[in-house]
Write a protein that binds this ligand. Structure first.
Ligand code: XMP
Length: 518
């Protein structure tokens, strides 16, 4: 693999994705990794990520010096560039001058220059740094500069060491992807031969090896991740698999049918549906605190799931087999965030990641553990899953339960379900599904406002539309939806959903807002 060394900013994930977009397999490792550990992974390239620190700060993250002696082609980015400069004998100056955002950069674009050759001499790059490399290490050529940074990129072709002060992984860097590709393909000579498609054969092999002839159950939520992981395992072990779908009463309109009909029709999987709406809604009675709701939903989820496990075990027991494995749709970002050791804060308790009981009797099968969401979608398509499943926008496990601000009741759920269905229908009809990451529809159940409808006064609830654009849900911006689409959604919701007399638009990015309201 290409190893992306994480210096503690969120850029590492983005770099790993961009490397994969260049058809090269990448893995993220913490900056505390030792040279021996790196060597054991047999990397064909190393990328040192940016980070929030100054190399001069007390306790600033450092790199085992042995790593740069392994003879592996290395690209340093931003903080990683400065760490490299310093370790190899260059100088990093604390100039007090900050460069932030789009920056005019002059590059040496002659063809002999492997990293930047063939690019325009003047280009815009995206910078975010306080310190600057003032003197390149011996044996290095300076490849770029800006008004305040004399050494904005360097290269040592013999050692195959490269570095850039800017962030090539960020779209605002005009030729960013080209820099990464040049490093990978031209400088390090790595072939562009990795794609999500060839993950399928490899994973099927692995699953068969892990599972043998044992029985397997899979948690199916209707979302992309669990749909694809279930389909992969089914492809690997066929009838040994039973999928379990929990209807917790917090689903959107048509969702249960989609799983029961469309998914089963597409895959022919054995499906057990657990009817747990009453249990969930009873448990949520009188609760309006968001974290308390999430915990209750998480707990009930596990209970419903244990019940299903018992049923499957009971029926399996008849044939003398025991269920040994549980399939989860865990993705790479989940793994990085929970085990990356870089101290990412837990803002919300996601229902299915840390939520499994300690004494779980199953071994986990997680075939998507190394993949990003767009890669998972590509695999789903290869596996022949219908677009309605593979292209689905994310929907949180706790469902509409965290989209009612206030107590969750059956009446409120019915109302929100209608409003949500209208918004989704209109967004799809306007061809906007591909443009938005998702559009939570939120009911402010404890808020009322005065309106007028027909001849009379109304005193109803507001519905919030929260359309967001995002690459990975870590950050997001509110989507500038066309006014006429917003108008149609608003008209229809206020006309068709009783008790709603106002529709408002959430125009907050993430951060500071999260995508969901709770
Ligand atoms: P936030 O609200 O944290 O959401 O900005 C980020 C993304 O995660 C989804 N989300 C969840 N997904 N279980 C899930 O499976 C959860 O508990 C959960 N909470 C939030 C949210 O819809 C968004 O895509």
């Amino acid at each position: 693999p290409v190893l992306v060394v994480d210096f503690g900013a969120q850029y590492a994930q983005l770099i790993a994705r961009r490397v994969r977009e260049a058809s090269v397999y990448s893995e993220i490792v913490p900056h505390t990794i030792t040279a021996e550990e790196v060597a054991a992974k047999n990397p064909i390239g190393i990328v040192l990520s940016g980070g929030p620190s100054s190399v001069y700060e007390e306790g600033a993250p450092s790199l085992d010096e042995g790593i740069l002696e392994l003879g592996v082609p290395t690209l340093g980015i931003c903080y990683g560039f400065q760490v490299m400069a310093r370790q190899l004998g260059g100088e990093v100056a604390h100039t007090g001058l900050r460069e932030y955002g789009s920056t005019e950069t002059t590059v040496r674009a002659d063809d002999g220059n492997v990293l930047l050759g063939g690019q325009p001499e003047h280009q815009v790059t995206w910078m975010s740094h306080g310190d600057s490399v003032s003197v390149a290490p011996e044996g290095f050529e300076v490849l770029a500069s800006t008004a305040s940074t004399p050494v904005a990129a360097f290269a040592n072709d013999e050692k195959k060491f490269y570095g850039v002060q800017w962030h090539p992984e960020v779209k605002h860097s005009q030729f960013g992807q080209r820099v990464l590709e040049n490093f990978l393909h031209r400088a390090a000579g790595i072939a562009a031969d990795w794609n999500p498609g060839n993950v399928i054969a490899e994973q099927i092999e692995r699953i068969r090896e892990q599972v043998g002839s044992a029985r397997v159950i899979s948690a199916l939520s209707g979302g992309v991740d669990s749909a694809v992981s279930t389909a992969l395992v089914q492809r690997a072990v066929g009838d040994q698999l039973t999928a379990v779908f929990v209807d917790h009463g917090l689903l959107r309109k048509g969702e249960r049918e989609q799983v029961q009909n469309d998914y089963v029709a597409a895959t022919g999987v054995n499906l057990v549906t657990v009817d747990a709406a009453d249990t969930f809604l009873d448990a949520l009675e009188g609760v309006s605190d968001p974290e308390q709701k999430r915990k209750i939903i998480g707990r009930e989820f596990i209970r419903a799931f244990e019940q299903a496990e018992l049923d499957v075990i009971a029926s399996a027991a008849a044939s003398g087999e025991k269920v040994k494995f549980l399939v989860q749709g865990t993705l790479y970002p989940d793994v990085v965030e929970s085990g990356g050791g870089t101290g990412t804060a837990n803002i919300k308790s996601h229902h299915n990641v840390g939520g499994l009981p300690e004494d779980l009797q199953f071994e986990l099968v997680e075939p998507l553990r190394t993949l990003f969401k767009d890669e998972v979608r590509a695999i789903g398509r290869e596996l022949g899953l219908p677009e309605a499943i593979v292209g689905r926008q994310p929907f949180p496990g706790p469902g509409l339960g965290i989209r009612i601000v206030g107590e969750v009741t059956r009446d409120r759920l019915a109302l929100l379900r209608e409003a949500d269905a209208i918004a989704r229908e209109e967004l799809s009809a306007a061809g906007l599904d591909g443009e938005i990451w998702q559009c939570p529809v939120v009911l402010l159940a404890d808020v009322r406002s005065v309106g007028v409808q027909g001849d009379g006064r109304t005193y109803g609830h507001p519905i919030v539309l929260r359309p967001v654009s995002s690459e990975d849900a870590m950050t997001a911006d509110w989507t500038r939806l066309p006014y006429d689409v917003l108008a149609r959604i608003s008209n229809r919701i206020t006309n068709e959903v009783a008790e709603v007399n106002r529709v408002v638009l959430d125009v907050t990015s993430k951060p500071p807002g999260t995508i969901e309201w709770e």
